[in-house]
Design a protein around this ligand. Structure first.
Ligand code: ADP
Length: 878
């Protein structure tokens, strides 16, 4: 005997088995029901009540929601990371059946709550090459590209912050990358069918969607990229959200040259998310004064995707400059943008068939803003700036045409539903007007019936009303009910009254019902035609939406620049980076900020930044990086003046200590990040190193930091700021021509430390660690003892090889330090080729020194160098 459940539960379970969705909602009459495990799950997640359903001798948990209330439950489930299949009921010859019409997943919710972008991503790897694709079903945006490495994949994921990722079959093998997806994003990972990633099929699908030539035109040719893009399209199609038609344009990731900004750097610089994971206190949060959701989304895109093409950057600078100086026009323009609908999203809603009359009215109002925006800038400085070009970009006459059409068709303030009537304007459709007139006439007759009956039949206490069971009726008070005329037919007796109908009333009722239905049908029909007109203009809406967003983003940058005394940066040709009185864009908002200068050029390309803990080293380095980035975003910058080169990338690595606090860093991670920088940075990059080598023993750490500095200086030649607590590294300035020391000054006063926050040339002269411990309230005896120990260590130089020649003078009276002598490749001061009067060496040391001598640090790759240093160390310890 089979234990398979039959009936409705059986149908549910077999539908569930046919989908890979996590949960199934199945329509049963007026409800969507969840059975068995799914019932338990939704009950847990959404606080629904579970009842028991008997079916063929077994009972199953069951939970349900009314048809009209599914949407919020769906969204709530999807928010929690579930993919929900929705099965609809349909009529068949012998009753009804059900089939899955759509699957709702985090990346395919068409009308999400909130205005943030919701990207659906796919990632595929084919023969070591990667491809990524990002689609946003709420706006119809679609972008895809080949990227060089898994790190680039992660950088893009950090930028787009997708809510759902489809890893392709090539990526599913890569546990490390999958783990990174989980760590770097909050996205739901969906294993979409493998065949969708097959490059052949994917290419075909893309051509069908975007046209044959487009793939070549945008350079989307590599298999991995094609596979990812094709899979996204397939997924959007499969899930049945009905927005495929709004994806009309295939975009790439970086037209005009990319600025490398890996995920680590985006996080370290807190562009869109703080190290602690908040939005408050990020660069984006600080800059964002936009009026519209689309403007805010665009600004985010700009901030995470600085440009390298001078023309585009200068266009934005020009626009920001114009906006910044034309305060009145800017305010007017922002007023006109205030409350503008999200056109890109409305276009997608229209395409998916979910746009309601109010949405179309929002389209009308947004289109109607174009001429008002134009008049807001007329005769102002903005008229001669790129702002005018942005405004002129969409097809004006098409926009006017669609606006006028909607304006003529729609009621001034239509309802949010298609069933209530009142969607369309009088005079739009003659037939509808007639129906409405007749209907209103019938209503008038009904409204005045009670008065007429009172008058004609001398009755008091008469009302005329309608409900679902009785239809229209005449209600007469009990006391006078006996006096009603003959032709009244009683239908109900209530406590204080009786209800009657008449033939005439029934006749009118039929008319009203007929008119209601005819009017509703016609109005819906006309509304759908109108919505189709909007769908036909989806691209226009995307264009206008884009224009409004861009004006908003530019005005927002200008607003911030004007109110915070930011200046327009010059783009330098010679590669020099000069900042006068620069500030940190976020910290300056909450602190009495001390501005600082920066100068990097051909002769001075690498700064070793020293200074006590908490003196401001990180802040200084980050502000410099942010100023460079802001300039390339097209923004003004927080400084009195700035000359900024167009960098090809910003690379950062932040100290083990900061990261350890976040429970994230290990020495391995630190080295991986360093390795990535040494491999990826170029002469045109900006590198920020905030402590290197802290996660290991002192000698290891210094060696690695030292070797990395040499490599960056000699080979990579990137502009670099390197904060370190290894005082030893300040000696590098004497050996490497482009290395200079700067320090963040602090003063010792009355046994305490005063931070001056001033960056000055030269190395700092001592460590203030013990004083910071004191400031932090470490008990007095500990602080005193630490001071003693420090003095002793200084005398004995326990952690430094004792020597007498070369090195730097620390200026605090302590004897000279032993450092690598780059010229000879030896430890200066030890008993090596240059003598120095030290004691004889044991054979192990000798052999290590020999090898060291034979090692060309410029030739050996850094990672290998590290391993070698480690091995030397071990031999020396033995
Ligand atoms: P470090 O990297 O040297 O340990 P930080 O850069 O983290 O120091 O700065 C320590 C504190 O000093 C931070 O709270 C920061 O807000 C503040 N600070 C840093 N630079 C400045 C400055 N130029 N003006 C005012 N406050 C600053």
């Amino acid at each position: 005997m089979s234990n398979e459940p039959g009936g409705i539960v059986g149908e549910f379970l077999s539908l569930k088995a046919s989908t890979d969705a996590d949960v199934l909602a199945m329509q049963c009459g007026d409800f969507y029901e969840f059975f068995a495990d799914d019932a338990e799950l939704v009950a847990d997640e959404l606080d629904l009540k579970v009842s028991q359903k008997s079916s063929h001798g077994s009972t199953y948990p069951m939970a349900g929601v009314p048809l009209s209330e599914l949407t919020p439950y769906l969204k709530a489930l999807v928010e929690r990371g579930f993919r929900v299949a929705v099965a609809e009921q349909y009529e068949t010859d012998d009753g009804h059946a059900r089939r899955i019409e759509r699957v709702v997943s985090p990346g395919t919710v068409v009308d999400p709550d909130g205005s943030a972008a919701r990207y659906l991503a796919a990632v595929e790897e084919v023969d070591g090459a990667y491809g990524v694709a990002f689609a946003e079903v709420t706006t119809g945006r679609f972008r895809a590209a080949a990227v060089d490495s898994a790190d680039d994949v992660r950088a893009e994921l950090h930028r787009f912050a997708p809510v759902e990722i489809l890893p392709g079959p090539g990526v599913r093998e890569d546990d490390a990358l999958l783990a990174a997806f989980r760590d770097d994003t909050d996205a739901h990972l969906t294993l979409h069918e493998t065949e969708a990633f097959a490059p052949g099929r994917a290419r075909h699908r893309l051509r069908e969607q975007f046209g044959r030539e487009t793939l070549d035109a945008v350079g989307l040719v590599a298999d991995a990229a094609v596979a990812a893009a094709g899979a996204v399209l397939h997924y959007v199609d499969e899930t049945g959200v009905g927005v495929l038609a709004s994806m009309t344009r295939l975009g790439t990731l970086d037209p005009g040259g990319r600025v490398a900004l890996d995920a680590t750097t985006q996080r370290n610089l807190e562009l869109t998310e703080t190290m602690g994971g908040d939005r408050d206190g990020t660069l984006l949060d600080t800059l964002d004064h936009t009026e519209t959701a689309a403007g805010s989304r665009l600004l985010r895109e700009w901030v995470t995707r600085p440009r390298r093409d001078r023309a585009e950057i200068e266009r934005r600078h020009d626009a920001v400059a114009a906006f910044a100086s034309a305060a009145l026009a800017r305010d007017r323009l922002l007023d006109e943008l205030d409350g503008a609908a999200d056109l890109e999203r409305l276009a997608a809603r229209a395409t998916s068939g979910s746009a309601d009359p109010r949405d179309l009215a929002a389209v009308r109002d947004a289109l109607g803003r174009l001429p008002r925006l134009a008049s807001a800038i007329e005769g102002t400085e903005l008229a001669d700036s790129p702002v005018a070009d942005v405004l002129a970009r969409p097809d004006q006459s098409a926009a006017r045409g669609l606006h006028d059409e909607l304006d003529e068709a729609l009621a001034a303030d239509p309802p949010g539903t298609v069933t209530e009537g009142g969607i369309l304007a009088r005079g739009y459709d003659e037939e509808l007007d007639e129906l409405v007139a007749e209907y209103e006439e019938a209503e008038r007759w009904l409204d005045t019936l009670a008065d007429r009956e009172k008058r004609q039949h001398g009755l008091s206490h008469v009302t005329v009303d309608r409900n679902t069971t009785d239809g229209y009726y005449i209600q007469v008070g009990r006391s006078v009910a006996d006096g009603v005329p003959e032709h009244y037919r009683e239908i109900k007796t209530l406590k204080n009254s009786k209800r009657f109908v008449t033939d005439e009333l029934e006749d009118r009722e039929r008319t009203v019902l007929r008119l209601e239905e005819a009017r509703g049908d016609l109005e819906y029909e006309l509304f759908r035609e109108l919505r189709e007109r909007v769908v036909e203009h989806a691209e226009l809406l995307q264009d206008v939406g884009r224009t409004l967003a861009e004006l908003d983003a530019l005005a927002s940058l200008a607003e911030h620049a004007a109110t915070n005394d930011w200046v327009r940066p010059d783009l330098s040709d010679g590669g020099e980076l000069v900042i006068e009185a620069g500030r940190h864009p976020v910290v300056e908002r909450t602190t009495d900020f001390v501005p600082n200068d920066l100068r990097l050029d051909r002769d001075r390309g690498f700064l070793v930044v020293t200074g006590p803990n908490m003196s401001g080293k990180s802040t200084y380095m980050r502000q410099c990086a942010l100023i460079v980035l802001l300039a390339q975003v097209g923004s003004f910058v927080p400084a009195d003046a700035a000359r900024v080169p167009l960098v090809d990338g910003v690379f950062t690595r932040v100290g083990a200590l900061d990261e350890l606090a976040q429970g994230r860093s290990t020495f391995m991670v630190e080295m991986q990040e360093l390795s990535n920088i040494l491999h990826s940075a170029t002469e045109e990059s900006l590198v920020i190193l905030d402590e290197v080598g802290r996660g290991t023993a002192t000698y290891d750490g210094i060696s690695i930091a030292w070797a990395a500095t040499e490599y960056l200086h000699n080979e990579v030649r990137a502009k670099t700021l390197f904060a370190t607590h290894y005082h030893e590294l300040t000696a590098l300035a004497e050996h490497l021509p482009r290395v200079e020391n700067v320090h963040v000054a602090a003063e010792e006063r009355d046994g305490g430390v005063t931070f001056l926050r001033r960056v000055r040339d030269g190395p700092t002269d001592r460590s203030y660690g013990v004083h910071v411990a004191d400031l932090a309230g470490v008990p007095g005896p500990v602080v005193d003892r630490a001071g003693d120990v420090l003095d002793r260590l200084r005398d004995e130089k326990a952690i430094e090889a004792r020597g007498s020649a070369g090195g730097s003078d620390r200026g605090d009276g302590v004897t000279k330090q032993t450092v690598f002598d780059l010229g000879s490749g030896q430890f200066r001061g030890s008993a090596s080729a240059d003598g120095g009067g030290a004691k004889p060496l044991d054979p192990a040391t000798e052999s290590v020194l020999e090898e060291l001598k034979g090692t060309d640090v410029n030739e050996v790759p850094p990672v290998e160098l590290m391993a070698t240093v480690q091995e030397w160390r071990e031999r020396l310890e033995e």
